[in-house]
Design a protein around this ligand. Structure first.
Ligand SMILES: Cc1cc2nc3c(=O)[nH]c(=O)nc-3n(C[C@H](O)[C@H](O)[C@H](O)COP(=O)(O)OP(=O)(O)OC[C@H]3O[C@@H](n4cnc5c(N)ncnc54)[C@H](O)[C@@H]3O)c2cc1C
Length: 348
């Protein structure tokens, strides 16, 4: 059996690995020339670590990642809670922090070790299906040369602007959150023993600071100047990269058609609050490999669609609670966070 994967982001590479370890022939094409260097996901959760452990990627992730043992919540100038992340001493920690580029480097090594070649600079440009298979046209971006890949199944993991989704005529309904978000990597003098900190304001602004290495931090905010916000809390010595982005909340109307499925950002996008996007996509990848093994894609489509809708709903609710404005809502938010901090029994 031969499976085509469009996109070599974390989700496409996870699918390639999950399929290759089951003994299937896999072809991956990606429009870019290599793995991303962008500042994107930073949290890898236990479910991803557990899924990736069967194919040897988890050891590589854990060797590079920071275990997030506790997080601090700062409202205005005050620490209102310190929350211990439960289960960090279990075999797979609940949450570790590793920049997406480094997670992708680990996945890329495992992809290569499993004999899968990624056709970089090739984009998916057409799909035709018959009852027995899929024909995918890929186009080399410099030369414009096209070739046809014949496969038994295909997986569209080509990101939020997915060509596979468009070629299958699948809608991506939802909305774009108002405002510009910002992200940066910087060397900061993080003054606390925690590995993460959320900064909340009275005007709906949220910032998150996560340790990603010795003195190195990933900063994300729902406003355009995460560096200014961080400098109010701690000295920032060196900015390694910075950028802005917009957040969409969208779920594909269906998770695929015929012998083709969608996974990862091609199927669902939401706010980075909760750090679920990449993790949800890695779970899609492994569920797709199982569906191929079962020769039945219907359960994948039903279960992963329901899971994506649930995650978008939950992360939206969490985001709106954290970005509360107005005195009663802020009071309720801070009281709830203080209660979580008290239960977690960490001293400030
Ligand atoms: C600031 C920020 C913070 C985030 N934090 C977290 C977090 O802490 N935890 C978390 O889980 N998630 C987080 N996310 C979300 C996470 O980055 C995405 O969910 C994740 O990258 C999705 O992976 P993917 O492989 O589905 O898509 P992508 O990473 O977008 O990869 C898609 C790939 O497809 C390729 N491609 C595109 N079009 C084509 C085509 N026509 N043909 C072939 N290839 C194509 C692209 O080149 C790319 O390599 C964050 C995102 C942002 C922006």
């Amino acid at each position: 059996m031969h499976i085509f994967v469009s996109g070599a982001g974390p989700v496409g590479m996870s699918a390639a690995i999950a399929l290759a370890v089951r003994g299937y022939e896999v072809t991956v094409a990606d429009r870019e020339s290599g793995i991303t260097e962008e500042a994107r996901a930073v949290g890898v959760n236990r479910n991803s670590l557990s899924l990736l452990s069967h194919c040897g990627a988890t050891a590589g992730i854990l060797a590079r990642a920071e275990v997030v043992r506790s997080a601090r919540i700062v409202a205005g100038e005050d620490t209102i809670a310190r929350i211990k992340v439960p289960g960090q001493d279990r075999r797979w920690p609940t949450l570790v922090a590793l920049p997406q580029s480094e997670t992708e480097r680990v996945l890329h090594e495992v992809v290569a070790r499993n004999g899968v070649t990624i056709l970089w600079r090739h984009e998916t440009t057409a799909i035709a299906q018959s009852p027995d298979g899929v024909e995918v046209e890929i186009t080399q971006r410099e030369t414009g040369e096209t070739r046809t890949i014949r496969a038994d199944y295909a997986f569209g993991a080509d990101g939020s602007h997915s060509a596979v989704r468009r070629l299958l005529n699948i809608d991506f309904p939802g909305r774009t959150l108002p405002g510009t978000w910002s992200v940066a990597d910087a060397h900061c003098e993080f003054p606390w023993p925690d590995q993460a900190c959320a900064v909340l304001s009275d005007v709906g602004e949220i910032g998150v600071i996560v340790t990603i290495g010795e003195g190195r931090h990933r900063l994300i905010a729902n406003h355009p100047d995460v560096l200014e916000m961080t400098r109010r809390l701690m000295p920032v010595h060196r900015v390694l990269r910075e950028g802005t982005f917009h957040v969409d909340l969208r779920v594909a109307e269906v998770m695929g058609r015929g012998r083709v499925c969608l996974g990862g950002d091609a199927a669902h996008v939401h706010s980075p609050v909760g750090g679920r996007g990449m993790n949800l996509g890695i779970a899609d990848a492994f569920a797709f490999a199982q569906a191929v093994e079962d020769r039945d894609l219907a359960p994948y489509r039903a279960e992963r669609l329901a899971q994506a809708q649930r995650t978008v709903r939950l992360t939206d609710r969490a985001y709106r609670a954290l970005a509360s404005t107005g005195r009663p809502a802020i009071l309720a938010r801070n009281t709830a966070l203080r209660a979580v901090g008290a239960v977690s029994r960490l001293r400030r």
